[in-house]
Design a protein around this ligand. Structure first.
Ligand SMILES: O=C(CO)[C@@H](O)[C@H](O)COP(=O)(O)O
Ligand SMILES: [Fe+2]
Length: 227
């Protein structure tokens, strides 16, 4: 049985106090840090690199770090993220010339490997690489920005991906990313997800110094998942 993981996307955190934000959201009960890497080439936005991942590790973050690469090309940056302390490294199949080789590269660097599926991307990319995958990430928004609305068609894709994983008998996490909130996380879990990325749904807009500001939202998400 794969335990459910809540993965706050730090894209929506207050970057002026990133270490504190990550400490607080993990202390509130979140499980894994979702680390969105954007290159303003594969997606129309630019964010963070291995330096920030390394800084979180030096700050003392011991929780898994789930690096979501929205970059093209992909391979060059993988060893740097592995050295910086990434736990999972996922990438979009459209961004790699050789998907099988990129998956093998991630594992050879000591990280868990995953493929990321945009809303319109077919799950058929999985057909010949399921044995090289530790995580399937389904985008429920088009990649590039936080704060977007969940795309309802993701639910059917989620059920299909869950069937593929169960039929494979392999230990593969099924993560959903984009527009996940307390009011839809229960339905997303029921459709088959076990790992839940939420950025604006957790960090919200407000900036305040209360170290317990994330306790209630994480608790509410758990309650919704356990219903
Ligand atoms: O990868 C991405 C966006 O491309 C996501 O991880 C977002 O950062 C999720 O943000 P919310 O939709 O939860 O606000
Ligand atoms: Fe992401």
């Amino acid at each position: 049985m794969t335990p459910d993981l809540i993965a706050p996307s730090i894209l929506s955190a207050d970057f002026a106090r990133l270490g504190e934000e990550v400490d607080n959201v993990l202390a509130a009960g979140a499980d894994i840090v979702h680390f969105d890497v954007m290159d303003n080439h594969y997606v129309p936005n630019l964010t963070i690199g291995p330096l920030v991942c390394e800084a979180l590790r030096k700050h003392g973050v011991t929780a898994p770090i789930d690096v979501h690469l929205m970059v093209k090309p992909v391979d060059r940056i993988i060893p740097d993220f592995a050295a910086a302390g990434a736990t999972y490294i996922t990438f979009h199949p459209e961004a790699s010339e050789h998907i099988d080789r990129t998956l093998q590269l991630i594992r050879s660097e000591g990280c868990k490997a995953g493929l990321v599926f945009n809303p319109a991307t077919s799950l058929s990319y999985l057909d010949y690489v399921m044995d090289k995958i530790d995580m399937i990430l389904l985008m429920s928004v088009n990649p590039g920005f936080g704060g977007q609305s969940f795309i309802p068609a993701t639910m059917d894709k989620l059920r299909a991906a869950r069937k593929m994983i169960d039929a494979s008998g392999l230990d593969i996490r099924l993560e959903v990313d984009g527009g996940v909130k307390a009011d839809n996380i229960g339905e997303i879990k029921a459709a088959g997800a076990d790992t839940f990325v939420s950025g604006s749904g957790i960090f919200g807009k407000g900036r305040d110094s209360d170290p317990h500001r994330y306790d209630s939202i994480i608790r509410e998400m758990r309650e919704q998942m356990d219903r």
